[in-house]
Design a protein around this ligand. Structure first.
Ligand code: AMP
Ligand code: GLY
Length: 423
């Protein structure tokens, strides 16, 4: 089978690395990919939202399955584009159709879905510029901290958690009246603040049945001790020690099952990954958000723990027989540590030569913002790579990842030295 992975981050390198190991994988392509995907796949210089060029490549390379990494093309309807084109309709697409992708594309839509299907989440209200006065009054009646969310996609920046009422009101005005996050904040969801510990839960569904993948926890802040600005993710671990069997059952019963049932009831066509951002409040799981894709860098610890032939699983999704698959999980502990460009998540420089990538061994070096230029590999993004290691416990896995990182260098390299510190 010829397969195309869309995207160019650490998540996509991990997917390519795993799919390349499949007995059924003939030719593997990544678009646009990075220097890492070019080791296991052929990179195509196509952007993920350029559906016309993707179509040409799919026909030219006789691609039979497309795995969509990031949310953007899904929210823009890439799956529907394939279904509605007679030349593409037989190609399997892993990722939900446009309407279902709105679960990530609109926070208000996702909240309404959760309410309709009794899925535990923070209480909320939604406002637009026309209802600004009500929004301000709502804030006055709410308690600090105030959680303000731009409704639409805002590159992970659209959520504000604010301590004082005056700032919260000012931000609400800026979001609704001054397009603080562009059209994404023409609607704002104001939510109850939930205090607890977060985790990432990935579910794969064919629309009828589902597999729950291993749980993971990511470390979003730039600084040690979970301080400083939010990033795309600085590291991750799997499994998650505080997820006991009992807690897992609660997640399955109270959240995953009603989510899959809800998709069916609402006739939302979903073949792909659901990333449920969860928070453990006391001993109860609640949903913070849905994403319609895998998380990054959680993928870098979740996928390597899956022992099955991954393409076989994805074929089962495509053919709606996921119920036939038995997931086999490696019981070892996995950790990934992300190396970023100096300055990230604020302004940073690109084009720095990366050294020390030629290490052998059992550790995995998943590329994110990297680019091959001649015989050199250079940085081309904020998050540059994720080093994944296995160990007998998290400390041991993290230690191995740091050993690999100690031999990698580029000007300005930065990474958190405390991944897993809180476990
Ligand atoms: P989201 O984009 O919805 O995942 O929000 C980004 C981050 O904001 C989450 O990962 C949480 O850390 C935090 N967050 C979002 N909603 C809430 C909430 N209701 N209570 C507390 N923290 C939240
Ligand atoms: N690591 C969080 C995300 O992928 O959104």
């Amino acid at each position: 089978m010829n397969v195309l992975v869309l995207g160019g981050g650490g998540r996509e390198h991990t997917l390519c690395w795993k799919i390349k190991q499949s007995k059924d994988c003939e030719n593997l392509y990544a678009a646009p990919g990075n220097a890492g995907t070019s080791i296991c796949a052929k990179n195509l210089s196509i952007e993920v939202n350029d559906f016309k060029e993707i179509k040409k490549a799919v026909i030219k390379h006789r691609i039979q399955m497309v795995i969509v990494g990031p949310e953007d093309p899904l929210v823009n309807g890439i799956h529907d584009f394939f279904i509605n084109d007679p030349e593409l309709s037989s190609v399997g697409v892993i990722g939900p159709q446009k309407e279902a992708a709105t679960l990530e594309g609109s926070k208000a839509y996702a909240k309404a879905f959760m309410m309709r299907h009794n899925i535990p989440t923070a209480s909320y209200a939604e406002f637009t510029s026309e209802t600004l006065a009500e929004g301000l009054a709502f804030l006055e009646q709410s308690n600090s901290p105030y959680v303000l969310k731009a409704d639409g996609l805002a590159a992970g920046k659209g959520v504000l958690i604010i301590e004082d009422l005056i700032t919260a009101k000012k931000e609400l005005r800026e979001m609704l009246l001054e397009n603080k996050f562009g059209v994404a904040s023409s609607k704002v969801v104001i939510e109850e603040f939930l205090a607890g510990i977060e985790l990432s839960c990935f579910v794969l569904t064919d629309g009828t049945s589902h597999l729950t993948l291993p749980m993971a926890k990511d470390y979003k802040r730039i600084g040690e001790g979970d301080r400083g600005l939010n990033t795309g993710g600085m590291g991750a671990i799997s499994p998650v020690p505080f997820v006991t069997e009992e807690f897992k059952e609660k997640i399955e019963k109270q959240i995953i099952k009603p989510t899959i049932e809800g998709l069916k009831k609402d006739k939302l066509h979903y073949k792909g990954f659901i990333f449920i951002g969860l928070i453990k409040v006391g001993s109860e799981p609640k949903v913070i958000e849905y994403n319609v894709r895998l998380g990054d860098p959680e993928t870098e610890v979740v996928i390597p723990r899956i022992k099955n032939d991954f393409l076989t699983i994805l074929q089962a999704v495509n053919e709606e027989r996921l119920n036939e698959v038995n997931l086999e999980i490696d019981s070892s502990f996995a950790a990934t540590v992300v190396a970023v460009s100096g300055g990230y998540p604020e302004a940073y420089e690109k084009g720095k030569i990366i050294k020390g990538l030629d290490q052998q061994g059992k550790n995995m070096i998943f590329h994110a913002g990297t680019k091959q230029e001649g015989d050199q590999i250079k940085t081309s993004g904020g998050r540059v790579m994720a080093i994944t290691s296995f160990g007998k416990d998290h400390q041991n896995a993290v230690k191995k990842a740091y050993e690999v990182l100690s031999k990698i260098n580029f000007e300005g390299i930065n990474y958190r030295k405390d991944i897993g510190f809180d476990l």
